[in-house]
Unconditional design. Structure first.
Ligand SMILES: Cc1cc2nc3c(=O)[nH]c(=O)nc-3n(C[C@H](O)[C@H](O)[C@H](O)COP(=O)(O)OP(=O)(O)OC[C@H]3O[C@@H](n4cnc5c(N)ncnc54)[C@H](O)[C@@H]3O)c2cc1C
Ligand code: FES
Ligand code: FES
Lengths: 189, 295
């Protein structure tokens, strides 16, 4: 079947999608967006977390056809998504090409997709990334938490990230990163 | 495989009648796991996400009509007052991502004895609105479960909504698992006080082939409360009565040994949960009575 939907602000189309395929598979294998990770395919790890019409979900548990005509934001589009949210501004979105050329150079130059969302910068600065496998899912989940709740308590952070497993960090630095991003956004206001 | 995407409820019913083997998919948190692991390869998936009315609810005089696809997150946010037991149960489901997609309709469809909605629905009192092109059936939830992961839906039927009695007194839900997030219940217990009818209702999860009520425990407690005039006096429940209630709840269960826990542990844990949750709800009831009297 054919699937038409919006990914990171741009209309995308995929052909010959198998009806039982997951949104995660479409993103990784058909769109060439491997940011969302595949670790368990059963909703347990959260490494495939994306926004579906704004709502954080496990992409591995959404049937591809359920994403028809809907809006998906992945970690590849997070910088642009956060920028639009912070600045109002019109949606430029993140093209597949930009996403594929993305490199982890946290400089200020380059296109929107090459810059970092505040939550991404905070993860780097707080040392919250080790092997990095859990990071994309955590970034999407943490970014959504801060969108809802600009100054979350530790309890709020733990609750919001309880669906994301990390086998490396022991979570402390991840909590630090979310606190850091929250503190920085308060300073900015 | 076919992917059917009805845009309205009528279309969905027609599609289900035409393709009785089509597997409905709501949040997909059960269905997609089975497909990803090749445990299931249905001829067709019937997507319910496009039917807006399934994600709505109506608060009526006596019941809440909860659309089959309302995600747990909405229940927690918006129906805590009307459906406190279900909201507590919903809060223990999976993780935020799972609660954003998973629904009570899906929990009923899957009919796992470990489903967390079930004890809350049994304790509150609920009816499943099952609909096909042939018409509508209102099925009392205790008759809905027919076996391990089996329910009484016909091949052409879909769940439209669940009609759950609005709380008329305190409710509790309690679940035993290895940690707070992301656990399938080792066993679970729900209790609801119904001061209007002077009855107490219960629900047991993960401790029998289907979710069940502990009817003998309910009957014992109902008459003990009545005889001692406790609904009127608001006195504490004598420990011997609470103990007997807990034992009867344990006795109602018919658990198995599995990787999550032994049958003996489940029976024991159920007794503890029954005694504690009864204590909590009764304390809340007494508090409400006292403040009502002072006002
Ligand atoms: C990581 C993880 C953790 C989980 N934790 C818990 C937990 O703690 N507690 C718990 O109870 N469950 C848990 N689950 C299981 C699952 O999330 C729940 O059973 C949920 O309620 C299913 O809802 P859904 O909308 O996703 O159902 P789906 O997966 O879409 O459907 C489930 C079943 O119901 C049928 N169905 C769905 N809607 C209808 C309808 N309207 N009419 C007829 N049939 C229908 C489907 O065909 C299917 O058989 C977990 C799942 C995962 C992946
Ligand atoms: S891959 Fe989706 S939750 Fe693990
Ligand atoms: S950094 Fe390795 S899993 Fe989290």
């Amino acid at each position: 079947m054919r699937l038409t939907f919006t990914v990171n602000g741009r209309k995308q189309e995929a052909d010959d999608v198998w009806e039982g395929e997951s949104l995660l598979y479409v993103l990784r294998e058909r769109m060439g967006l491997p940011g969302s990770k595949n670790a368990c395919e059963q909703g347990e790890c959260g490494s495939c977390t994306v926004r579906l019409d704004g709502v954080p979900v496990c992409a591995c548990l959404v049937a591809a056809g359920q994403a028809q005509d809907r809006e998906v934001v992945t970690v590849e589009g997070l910088a642009d998504f956060a920028k639009q949210r912070d600045e109002g501004g019109s949606a430029s979105g993140t093209s597949l090409d930009e996403a594929k050329r993305w490199q982890s150079k946290p400089g200020e130059t380059g296109t929107a997709a090459q810059r970092l969302a505040p939550i991404q910068r905070a993860f780097i600065d707080a040392g919250a990334v080790q092997c990095g496998f859990c990071t994309p899912g955590l970034l999407v989940a943490a970014d959504e938490l801060l969108e809802r709740n600009a100054s979350p308590s530790d309890e709020d952070i733990r609750e919001a990230l309880s669906g994301n497993l990390c086998r490396c960090t022991g979570y402390e630095k991840i909590l630090d990163a979310v606190r850091l991003a929250a503190a920085r956004s308060e300073e900015a206001v | 495989m076919d992917f059917l995407r009805p845009a309205s409820w009528e279309e969905a019913l027609a599609a289900k009648a035409e393709h009785p083997t089509a597997v409905p998919i709501a949040g997909g948190t059960d269905v997609m796991v089975e497909i990803n692991f090749d445990h299931r390869r249905p001829e067709a998936l019937l997507d319910l996400n496009r039917i807006g009315e399934l994600r709505e609810w109506e608060v009526g005089e006596e019941t809440v009509r909860l659309g089959a696809c309302v995600p747990y997150t909405r229940i927690i946010e918006s129906l805590r007052a009307e459906l406190p037991g279900l909201a507590l149960a919903a809060h223990t489901v999976g993780s935020p991502q799972i609660r954003n997609r998973g629904s009570v309709g899906g929990n009923l469809g899957a009919a796992s004895p470990a489903g967390d909605s079930h004890p809350a629905l049994l304790a509150a009192g609920a009816e499943v609105e099952a609909v096909s092109v042939r018409g509508t059936r209102m099925i009392p939830v205790e008759e809905f479960y027919t076996g391990v992961k089996r329910n009484c839906l016909e091949a052409d039927e879909l769940i439209r909504a669940v009609h759950i009695r609005k709380a008329d007194g305190p409710q509790q839900f309690s679940k035993v698992g290895t940690r707070n997030a992301m656990v399938i219940a080792v066993c679970a217990f729900g209790v609801a006080l119904h001061p209007e009818t002077r009855t107490v209702r219960t629900g047991i999860g993960s401790a029998a082939p289907t979710p069940i009520r502990a009817t003998a425990a309910e009957e014992f407690l109902n008459s003990a409360l009545e005889e001692a005039g406790l609904w009127d006096s608001g006195q504490i429940i004598p420990p011997a009565v609470a103990r007997q209630f807990a034992e009867l709840v344990s006795g109602a269960a018919n658990p198995i040994d599995d990787v999550r826990g032994s049958a003996a542990y489940r029976r024991h844990a159920l007794g503890v949960m029954a005694r504690r949750t009864l204590g909590w709800t009764w304390e809340e009831f007494r508090g409400n009575e006292r403040s009502a009297r002072c006002a």
